[in-house]
Design a protein. Structure first.
Ligand code: LMR
Ligand code: MN
Length: 427
């Protein structure tokens, strides 16, 4: 059989050395394999370099050492420098392994040269174009992703994965919502195909909401829920634990958080003072959720951790929050003051997860301010707490006067187990 590794040594001895190293690797003896293939005589052998990369990789894994992993990735990339002499199947084998390790390392930009050579070898396969796009998006380089998307859609105008990602970039980078909707609608036509993912239904619905096309948005939300992409048409968080009880508004007394609520209510005047004194530290809301007005926030805790030194500016508030670890330690939530100016409208939106419940303590200027969660609209009262699940669609209006201040305290959903609270990835 003709050997498909280029630079295979002509001497029987060195070929056997490579076979031997291969067997050692299979048995987990990366030390022996690495030594054996490091011989000068095997330098020009692609198989030798491949085995050396894999030995480094195995060592990195055994030692859980990211610097070694980076060296292994560099070694794999080195094998790929011989790509023109590698047969298709070998090229794919090496490229797949390289890409898998690059993704694991989280260094997405270094995937580019690998995809470029796959694209050169297989110019008729949109998959490699699309995965390059995804790598660029993972690396936060939407600008580069866009260039690939343009190329992809020129070649395959109906490629659903490319259309969906184009919709995503048009919406999130350029606020070109109409074009985004058109791209998403094509990508998700008939609810079939590889782009039918929760996040694309989410962004399609959200683009329609941004355009004020509410009836169409609702249809998309119903479609998404019917497909199991959303918990329900109005509960559209994407990071969920499925079994959790779902309701828009919660009666705090029926949760384990009534003690926390009473403590907050009892100290509301001091909490208000702390929130007002720190005015200089507030930051403008920048997620584009408000349709008009002014809205700023002061974070105290995010992802279950205090913002360094922040509690010095709000000691009473923080000490009450800390009395409930499901609040101070809620890694899928925040604790923050939220200041909203008169005339503000926050458009319908959903939070990212159903794993938290959101408590609000009214602090000032709550007259003629409203919060709708799903179908029910309520009002804040100074010194009183409310609790809702912000994974449901909600919307806020300040039709009154003065700055409405509330303290927002997220708590773990009561049905989450201690194990879930400590292992769910933070948001
Ligand atoms: C929200 O959570 O989106 C709003 O309730 C925040 C706020 O300040 O009212
Ligand atoms: Mn919200």
């Amino acid at each position: 059989i003709e050997d498909d590794w280029p630079g295979e040594p002509s001497s029987e001895y060195w070929r056997q050395e490579l076979d031997q190293a291969e067997q050692e690797l299979r048995q987990g003896d990366w030390r022996a394999a690495s030594q054996r293939v490091s011989a000068d005589q095997l330098r020009g052998s692609a198989r030798g370099r491949w085995l050396l990369s894999r030995a480094l990789d195995a060592e990195a894994e055994a030692r859980r050492d990211n610097r070694l992993l980076s060296r292994a990735i560099a070694a794999y990339l080195d094998v790929l420098k011989m790509n023109e002499r590698l047969a298709d199947a070998r090229l794919l084998e090496v490229a797949d392994k390289t890409l898998e390790r690059i993704r694991f390392r989280g260094n997405y930009l270094s995937a580019e040269p690998v995809y470029r050579l796959l694209i050169r070898r297989f110019p008729d396969v949109p998959h490699y174009y699309n995965n390059l796009t995804i790598s660029f998006l993972m690396a936060n380089r939407a600008d580069l992703a866009e260039l690939v998307l343009e190329e992809t859609l020129q070649k395959w105008p109906n490629d659903r994965i490319a259309l969906a990602h184009h919709g995503f970039v048009l919406k999130t980078q350029h606020k070109r919502y109409e074009e985004a909707v058109d791209a998403f609608l094509k990508a998700l036509e008939d609810d079939v195909g590889p782009a039918t993912e929760p996040r694309f239904y989410y962004h399609l619905g959200d683009s329609l909401l941004l355009l004020g096309r509410f009836a169409e948005a609702h249809e998309v939300h119903k479609r998404g829920a019917a497909l199991g992409h959303f918990l329900s048409p109005s509960q559209r968080s994407l990071y969920n634990v499925d079994r959790l009880k779902s309701q828009p508004w919660w009666d705090i007394e029926k949760t384990p958080y009534s003690k926390l609520a009473r403590a907050l209510e009892k100290s509301w005047k001091e909490i208000l003072k702390e929130g007002e004194k720190a005015k200089a530290l507030y930051e403008k809301e920048k997620e584009g959720l408000k349709e008009r007005g002014e809205w700023s926030q002061l974070d105290l805790f995010i992802r279950g951790q205090e913002i360094p030194n922040r509690c010095k500016t709000a000691p009473v508030t923080c000490s009450i929050v800390r009395s409930e670890v499901a609040a101070s330690g809620c890694r899928r939530g925040q604790v923050k003051f939220s200041a909203m100016e008169a005339g503000t409208h926050v458009r319908p939106h959903v939070g990212p997860t159903n794993c938290r419940l959101r408590m609000h303590l009214g602090l000032s200027n709550t007259k003629d301010t409203y919060i709708r969660v799903d179908k029910e609209t309520r009002q804040w009262e100074v010194g009183k707490t409310l609790m809702f699940d912000d994974s449901f669609e909600h919307e806020v209006w300040h039709n009154g006067t003065g700055t409405r201040l509330v303290l927002i305290v997220d708590v773990w959903h009561p049905a989450l187990t201690p194990a879930e609270r400590s292992t769910l990835p933070p948001i």
